[in-house]
Write a protein that binds this ligand. Structure first.
Ligand code: ADP
Ligand code: MG
Ligand code: ZN
Length: 540
């Protein structure tokens, strides 16, 4: 296990307090280019953790999320060498266990196999700064337009290597996406970052993730119980009740109290409940106001307690009855970014595994092969699910959902798309493909992402999800929306004509791997270890 180096004057040349100079002793030339806002943030950080200024010269802010800000800093080592660092300042309201768990992921699993390591950690009161080696990285959008197939192969190989490592430690990252996988094309360096949403598998080697896990289990147990006791007569339950038995058999003691929010506790913005309830209120209000254009409306029961023993007859119809409206909603881990969430996450399956990271890696691969990013652009889970259905097939999605105890139905069938045809069409290399004549019929299968066939829509009732489209008008709107999502909202990498040829020769192996990553069933989805053995990577 890697240990944190001690941050001491033995390893650094100290700055004189309050005198913000860079290594050469001159005022930072670039500092005037920083916006006043960033300058103020840097000042505030120095004030919050004064010790920083003795070691580091903070040059810029390079990332800002809901729960942290990341800065580029330099420091002069005793040897005289100036080194760059990334300082991640976690927002002070972060829960201490969550912060410690993030740090522990980096210290235990980091520093090898493309997983970012950590050098130091500074704390003053509730301000925590994680100091990591800095990896300058390319923007994913730039990459999309410049990467050759071989680069994509290496990129995926290295991402999978990082995933194999963290999964070996029983870490589920939960937020795999390009901005959390840094890539420096010149140096051929890669680093998986951001364990802020990570969770542990049942036998995780990260002690603090067990604390997180125990709390999550307790919650999903409670929720599953409430769902089972509310007398739902629709399919659900084999999986859920099995999970329930498993959970109660495990009976892990709570080691430390944990606030009852999902993602990063103590912070409402990304916490599921708040976000959900707000969006639900809006959607419910919209629904009441009449048919909405946004047909991907999820319809949700009120949070009030559902009378038990009530059954209903709205299953497979396009409406939601008052019984279903009053059902308690199921809570399952859901952190991450909608467009990268696995179907079992979108459907709130309470028992989730490291397979969810593999799905997200598949979405990244899909972006790389089609040169579209973001590929799925969804502001909510049900839109994301509808988009998945348009690519992976509605029947297939419904079937997979059954396996994890969820009932999904959709008003109109979407056929499963051929991944090669899809990617080639979006990249604009389809007509160059050797297979052009033989795939003409498949080309037509893409018609529903160009807006002729309705996309599925779904409403969420905890263990029941029903797709509903109430009028032709809505069907068309929805189809248009999905077309937009896939074809227009995502930025297309501009391929040079010389690259087109390169991209015409994509082997079937690439699409075979993609298909295995985007397996709707988490139980059969390829693992990182298996994926690295896939013939697509032969020769790496
Ligand atoms: P958040 O939880 O706010 O998403 P991240 O850990 O993902 O925080 O960091 C946000 C951004 O900061 C990253 O997308 C990346 O651009 C940059 N970043 C984070 N760590 C490093 C690092 N070690 N080296 C270079 N850039 C980094
Ligand atoms: Mg991030
Ligand atoms: Zn009902």
């Amino acid at each position: 296990m890697a240990t944190l180096e001690s941050l001491s004057k033995d390893s650094f040349n100290l700055h004189q307090n309050g005198q913000l100079k860079n290594d050469s002793g001159k005022e930072n030339k670039d500092s005037h280019k920083l916006s006043t806002e960033i300058k103020m943030d840097i000042e505030k950080l120095y004030e919050a953790v004064p010790r920083l200024s003795s070691f580091f010269f903070i040059e810029d802010k390079i990332g800002e999320g809901t729960f942290s800000s990341v800065y580029l800093a330099t420091a002069q080592l005793k040897s005289g060498k100036v080194e760059k660092f990334a300082l991640k300042h976690l927002i002070p309201t972060s829960h201490p266990v969550r912060i410690a768990a993030e740090l522990q992921c980096l210290t235990v699993a980091g520093g090898e196999d493309n997983v970012m390591g950590v050098k130091y950690c500074l704390r003053k009161d509730d301000h925590v700064v994680i100091v990591m080696p800095y990896l300058e990285h390319d923007s994913f959008l730039d990459l999309l337009s410049s990467m050759k197939l071989d680069d994509v192969r290496e990129y995926m190989y290295n991402l999978l290597k990082a995933l194999r490592r963290i999964h070996h430690f029983g870490i589920i990252h939960r937020d795999i996406k390009p901005s959390n996988f840094l890539y420096n094309g010149c140096l051929k360096k890669y680093a998986l970052v951001d364990f802020g949403l990570a969770q542990g598998t049942p036998n995780t080697k990260i002690e603090l993730l067990k604390v997180v896990r125990t709390e999550d289990q307790q919650k999903s147990c409670l929720k599953t119980k409430s769902a089972t006791s509310s007398g739902i007569k629709h399919p659900p339950s084999q999986t859920t009740s099995k999970a329930l038995v498993q959970h109660s058999a495990e009976k892990q003691p709570i080691k430390r109290p944990w606030p009852p929010t999902q993602a990063k506790p103590g912070k409402p913005a990304r916490s599921i409940k708040t976000a959900d309830i707000t969006s639900r209120k809006i959607l419910v209000a919209k629904r009441k106001a009449g048919p909405s254009k946004n047909t991907s409306s999820c319809l949700i029961r009120k949070s009030s307690v559902c009378p038990s023993n009530l059954t209903c007859d709205c299953y497979t119809t396009d409406r939601i009855c008052s019984v279903c409206f009053s059902r308690r909603h199921q809570v399952a881990p859901r952190a991450g970014t909608p467009g990268f969430r696995a179907p079992e996450v979108l459907m709130k399956c309470p028992h989730q595994t490291s397979a969810i990271d593999m799905w997200s890696a598949g979405v990244v691969f899909l972006s790389l092969l089609s040169a579209r990013y973001p590929f799925f652009k969804a502001s909510d889970d049900l839109t994301a699910l509808a988009q998945i259905m348009t690519i992976r097939g509605s029947k297939e999605t419904v079937q997979a959902a059954k396996l994890f105890g969820k009932a999904v139905s959709c008003s109109k069938e979407c056929p499963k798309l051929d991944l090669r045809t899809l990617c080639e069409r979006l990249r604009g290399t389809h007509c160059f493909s050797k297979r052009k004549s033989s795939q003409k019929s498949e080309l037509m299968d893409c018609s529903h992402i160009s807006g002729t066939v309705p996309a599925p829509d779904a409403k969420d009732e905890g263990t029941k999800q029903t797709a509903s489209l109430s009028s032709i008008q809505e069907v068309q709107n929805q189809a248009r929306k999905v077309t937009q999502d896939v074809e227009w909202n995502s930025v297309k990498g501009k391929a040079k004509s010389s690259d087109v040829k390169n991209w015409c020769a994509v082997s079937d192996l690439a699409y075979d791997l993609l298909d295995k990553l985007l397996d709707l069933n988490p139980a059969t989805r390829i693992t990182a270890e298996m994926a690295l053995e896939h013939p697509f990577f032969e020769g790496i």
